[in-house]
Design a binder for this molecule. Structure first.
Ligand code: FAD
Ligand code: NAP
Length: 585
């Protein structure tokens, strides 16, 4: 799967920037673009030199392949021959050679980009050039990571095989699980240290009646709700991901008997218990729940929590004591985000280039994307799976336009701008009603607790950076009793680019707590409103607290440079870190 970074989107020299700033593209070396690489990988050429064989590679063998024309790199236990890819790597050959003949996993994790910077598309942006040796920028600023960047799909034709030594963390669980799946709870071996420092150790159990099987998950957390649990079951495979603070607790079972497609999920918030009630296909008694599937009964750091996780050495210290009952997975990439196929139900024009897509979840999925979080959409493009992040919105800002809520919140809406020269969105736009697109589990670090006792909410959005603000607006205006004022400043190029302008105006008319200000950078016709870019003058006038000591939150989202500049300006205006939430990937 190919994950496409968007963090710096639009690239500093992208066509969008060109349109406004008059800057030009820097072309990649002829015939060495992303699409050229994809074409080469599809050409049937033997890129490993092994004629399709996969081998077990010892450390000694790996070390031997350390030259440009014979360069093997190990990433998370898999060995790739990256020599054919050297010329296509926007970061340059030297970057790749740093890991030649060795384990490059840590380099990847330290953000040393060995990966394709797909945002460069068919051209290298100035940002991409930052990765090249000799750049005047410091390595720290140059190395921007995209944690979701995935190389498996990109380099799959270069796969030589696996390292002979298997990672120690992913073993030894089946025997214990066989017991667990017969209905016994895992015997907790949590040490005192871990219990104090780490997340409370979740567990699960199951019980049955004649017609139902209930899987109960004990999170031991009180802030659990229906957003915290994602359930998918297909055929006999049952998967439940529970979000517990910065971790995912995964139950993954091959059920012993067939169940019906639909099921229900209940949360007992006061004790942090989740119950998933499955309907048996046949009213027989089950002797056991099933058999464990990959990473069953494991606690996995969420992608966005990776940094925090890596710092938490207590997990490392206690891993051995825990292994018998539980698996901790060190890298989120080992598990990756789970995708399910969703059907396109409707597509509606919102502006000249932005559409409202409505996708329907499969009947056998329970998924509610929390406010402020995003998912990844995945589509095959010229035979390679491409993914990009998108932030679900509500179907409308106004309750009278909202479709009746269907059982289990089966619909997910997205406001997506189509870039005709983009990689992903034109393909998305070509989908027909009834077609399928894969949707990942949610990701993101926005916490709803930020709204507690909130009095003043300021939203700064540019272009599609408006998307996280949609659910925030809906939630804040309906569920925060302490809220006195919400102010949205919405930056766009022209009037035609403003998403849901009339809905915003109607909402502000209906709810006097809401003020909306549109700012245009390139108005084409007469415009009486504010004009320009985000600036100290605009912000200092706009961000007036209601009361001197009111509890304030400022949310900001848009192109990365816009967001970064906005955060600097907010800090200059004495907003504290806790009062600012910036949406980045
Ligand atoms: P790209 O291929 O990335 O290209 C976009 C444009 O830039 C094209 O015009 C292309 O020609 C040009 N370009 C790209 N690279 C270069 C280059 N090197 N030089 C010159 N020009 C270049 N978007 C939404 O619309 N809705 C959302 O809800 C949304 N949510 C997001 C949430 C997160 C957390 C993040 C990080 C991004 C989100 N985005 C959202 C943006 C989205 O992920 C994609 O970046 C966007 O859809 C563009 O994808 P694309 O592949 O079509 O375009
Ligand atoms: P756009 O139309 O290109 O720009 C919207 C407005 O922002 C325009 O007025 C534009 O001015 C201004 N702007 C752009 N770059 C700026 C900068 N560096 N400084 C000040 N103002 C700037 O925006 P878009 O195409 O919709 O892109 C939206 C962006 O939001 C994408 O990059 C997307 O990845 C990001 N996004 C992020 C998330 C998230 O959660 N992280 C969610 C959704 C979207 P000009 O006329 O000068 O260009």
């Amino acid at each position: 799967m190919l994950n496409v970074p968007s963090q710096s989107f639009p690239a500093p020299r992208s066509q969008q920037r060109v349109a406004s700033g008059g800057r030009s593209k820097v072309p990649l070396k002829q015939g060495r673009s992303l699409m050229d690489w994809i074409r080469l990988t599809k050409s049937g050429k033997d890129l490993t030199g092994l004629k399709g064989r996969l081998i077990e590679v010892t450390e000694e063998e790996l070390k031997k392949h350390n030259k440009k024309d014979d360069c093997w790199i190990c990433i998370r236990g898999f060995v790739y021959n990256v020599s054919p890819y050297m010329e296509y790597h926007p970061g340059g050959e030297d970057e790749l050679m740093r890991a030649a003949g060795s384990d490059g996993t840590e380099l990847f994790d330290q953000n040393l980009t060995l990966l394709l910077r797909l945002e460069c598309g068919g051209a290298v942006s100035s940002r991409c050039n930052l990765f090249l040796p000799g750049s005047s920028d410091s390595p720290a600023s140059a190395i921007q990571v995209h944690r979701w960047v995935n190389y498996e799909s990109m380099l799959k034709e270069c796969l030589v095989g696996r390292m002979a030594i298997k990672p120690a963390v992913l073993k030894d669980y089946r025997e214990e699980e066989n017991k667990v799946l017969n209905g016994m709870l895992p015997k907790s071996q949590v040490t005192d240290t871990l219990a104090k420092e780490g997340p409370s150790y979740p567990s699960y159990d199951w019980f049955q009646t004649n017609s139902l099987v209930t899987i109960a998950i004990y999170t031991k957390q009180k802030d659990i709700n229906l957003d915290s649990i994602i359930v998918d079951h297909q055929d006999d495979s049952f998967r439940a991901e529970t979000i517990i603070k910065d971790f995912l607790y995964l139950i993954h079972i091959g059920l012993s008997h067939e169940v019906q497609e639909d099921f229900s999920v209940r949360v007992v918030e006061s004790v942090g218990k989740i119950e998933i009630v499955l309907k048996k296909k046949e009213n027989t008694s089950w002797d056991f729940l099933g058999h464990p599937l990959e990473n069953h009964n494991s606690l996995i750091p969420r992608k966005d929590a990776e940094d925090t996780y890596m710092k938490n050495s207590y997990i490392r210290k206690n891993i051995n004591q825990r292994r018998e009952t539980f698996i901790f997975t060190f890298s989120p990439n080992v598990v990756g985000l789970y995708y399910r196929k969703c059907q396109l139900i409707s597509k509606e024009n919102v502006t000249h280039d932005t559409r409202l897509f409505c996708l329907m979840l499969p009947p056998s999925t329970h998924l509610q994307v929390p406010i402020g979080q995003h998912v990844y959409l995945k589509l095959p493009i010229t035979g390679t799976e491409i993914v990009k992040p998108y932030t679900p919105v509500s179907g409308s800002l106004l309750s009278e336009f909202k479709e009746p809520v269907l059982p289990n919140n089966k619909y997910i809406y997205f406001l997506i701008k189509i870039y005709h020269t983009g990689l992903f969105t034109p393909e998305l736009d070509r989908l027909q009603i009834g077609d399928f697109v894969s949707v990942s589990s949610p990701e993101g670090n926005f916490k709803i607790s930020k709204f507690q006792e909130l009095e003043d909410l300021f939203l700064l959005a540019a272009g599609t950076g408006f998307t996280p603000m949609v659910k925030i607006l809906n939630y804040a205006l309906t569920d925060i009793p302490s809220l006195r004022k919400v102010k949205l400043m919405f930056f766009n190029k022209t009037e035609d680019d403003i998403i849901w302008r009339s809905q915003l105006e109607k909402l502000a008319f209906k709810d006097k707590r809401l003020d909306v200000e549109f700012v245009l950078s390139a108005p084409v016709s007469e415009w009486n409103g504010k004009q320009g870019h985000i600036s100290p003058a605009l912000l200092s006038e706009f961000l007036k607290r209601n009361l001197d000591k009111s509890k304030v939150l400022v949310c900001i989202c848009g192109p990365v440079p816009f967001t970064e500049q906005g955060v600097r300006l907010l800090q200059d205006l004495n907003f504290s870190k806790n009062e600012i939430h910036s949406f980045t990937a």
